[in-house]
Design a protein around this ligand. Structure first.
Ligand code: AMP
Length: 110
């Protein structure tokens, strides 16, 4: 049971901001910035560690397209992917947090 697979299947509602056959971008339910979108592959891939390079190349293009749709491509934004326990990954389905819409700070992490 994976919450993001349920979002892809439409069993859990989400606010979609971009989608194609292979990837989905939707708003994070608990925003940490004015713009906070999660970008996921529709295939269940547990984390960045398991992401094949060729699919990552396609995902990079989808992420950039999403940043353009959100209007943050030129001014800037931040991508974060948490990996496994020390990385703080709560949902074990690869996702990139795209955050922006403000001048972001760079906090201490430990
Ligand atoms: P992470 O800690 O990197 O695994 O991030 C998981 C993210 O998923 C968090 O930012 C949550 O707010 C977000 N999240 C969890 N459930 C939902 C949901 N149903 N819809 C949108 N975002 C969610």
């Amino acid at each position: 049971m994976c919450i993001f697979c349920d979002i892809i299947a439409g069993k859990i509602p989400s606010t979609k901001v971009n989608e194609n056959d292979d990837f989905l971008a939707f708003e994070d339910i608990n925003k940490i910035a004015p713009i906070h979108v999660l970008i996921i592959p529709k295939e269940h891939i547990p984390s960045f560690n398991e992401m094949p390079a060729q699919k990552m190349a396609q995902m990079s293009e989808f992420i950039k397209e999403t940043a353009q749709k959100l209007g943050v491509f030129e001014d800037g934004y931040r991508l974060i992917t948490n990996i496994n326990d020390n990385g703080g990954q709560e949902v074990k389905h690869l996702h990139f947090h795209l955050v922006g819409g403000a001048k972001l700070k760079w906090p201490k992490l430990v």
